[in-house]
Design a protein around this ligand. Structure first.
Ligand SMILES: NC(=O)c1ccc[n+]([C@@H]2O[C@H](COP(=O)([O-])OP(=O)(O)OC[C@H]3O[C@@H](n4cnc5c(N)ncnc54)[C@H](O)[C@@H]3O)[C@@H](O)[C@H]2O)c1
Length: 246
């Protein structure tokens, strides 16, 4: 059993960060199940990446679909060694004019999706060998109040980080470790939600004078998923070039 290929799930696999995380985990020798809304992009990725990449189109705001998808993963792969909850977006309406529907959607995409994936993955992780990994992709927006992030986005990521800590505590003796990575400005299609002015100011506030790259964040995910990550749990790792040190 020692050389069995490990299985990772990456949500939002077709996005900017998701593609980089998928590439990192494939390079590290894992099988990667990629979940995303964007079926066409997933199929293109499958063509490029080959059969170690298992694409699954799903709307992660729907808990019933998540349950079905994880049943399918159990059947095809027998279990799961790592889950990266990366799917997310940022809605830009501002307080106090955020439509109720937008608030619900923000929490559903960024928080509820991860919550339901965590619930679904635990039975597939219990009984696997070694230390299993959950990595939640949070955001600096939950901690830095100088930048543009709207309050529903901040709150969705703060909720995610509290889930990280709860699960880290809950599953410590089962050897399931749970951490968050909270990046600042990282160059992905998500930049398109920002006006040029907001984007320029946010990048200028980065100490290196430039945005971070998806592969840089993915390397940290790879590190946590590797054996080096076995001893870290319940941590929120902030990646921002040192922007918020006071
Ligand atoms: N880019 C940044 O600067 C930055 C900074 C901090 C945190 N983050 C976080 O990183 C994560 C990845 O963001 P990104 O920058 O790669 O954005 P992205 O828009 O490039 O990718 C997000 C992916 O999630 C998928 N997705 C969205 N809603 C979904 C749903 N309901 N079901 C299934 N898939 C869905 C999208 O189809 C897309 O492929 C997000 O959680 C985001 O909040 C990004």
């Amino acid at each position: 059993m020692g050389d069995r290929m490990k299985v990772a799930i990456v949500t939002g696999a077709a996005g900017g960060l998701g593609r980089a995380i998928t590439a990192q985990l494939l390079t590290d020798g894992m099988q990667v199940v990629g979940l995303d809304l964007d079926d066409t992009a997933l199929r293109d990725m499958h063509r490029d990446l080959g059969d170690r990449f298992d694409p699954v189109a799903v709307d992660l705001t729907d808990a019933t679909q998540i349950a079905e998808v994880f049943e399918g993963i159990a059947t095809r792969h027998g279990g799961v060694d790592a889950l990266v909850n990366n799917a997310g977006t940022c809605f830009m309406s501002d307080f106090p004019d955020i439509p109720a529907q937008e608030f619900d959607r923000q929490m559903a995409v960024n928080f509820s999706s991860a919550f339901h994936c965590c619930q679904a993955v635990i039975p597939l992780m219990l009984g696997r060998e070694g230390v299993r990994k959950i990595v939640n992709i949070s955001s600096n927006g939950a901690y830095n109040f100088d930048v543009f992030d709207p309050p529903h986005y901040r709150a969705s990521k703060a909720a995610l980080d509290t889930l990280t800590k709860d699960m880290a505590r809950r599953y410590a003796t089962d050897k399931i470790v749970v951490n968050s990575i909270a990046p600042a400005m990282t160059e992905t299609p998500l930049f398109n939600v920002l006006t040029q002015d907001v984007l320029d100011r946010a990048i200028a506030a980065m100490p290196h004078g430039e945005a971070m790259q998806p592969a840089q964040i993915a390397a940290w995910v790879g590190f946590l998923v590797s054996e080096a990550g076995n001893v870290s749990s319940g941590n929120v790792i902030i990646l921002n070039q040192g922007r918020d040190v006071r």
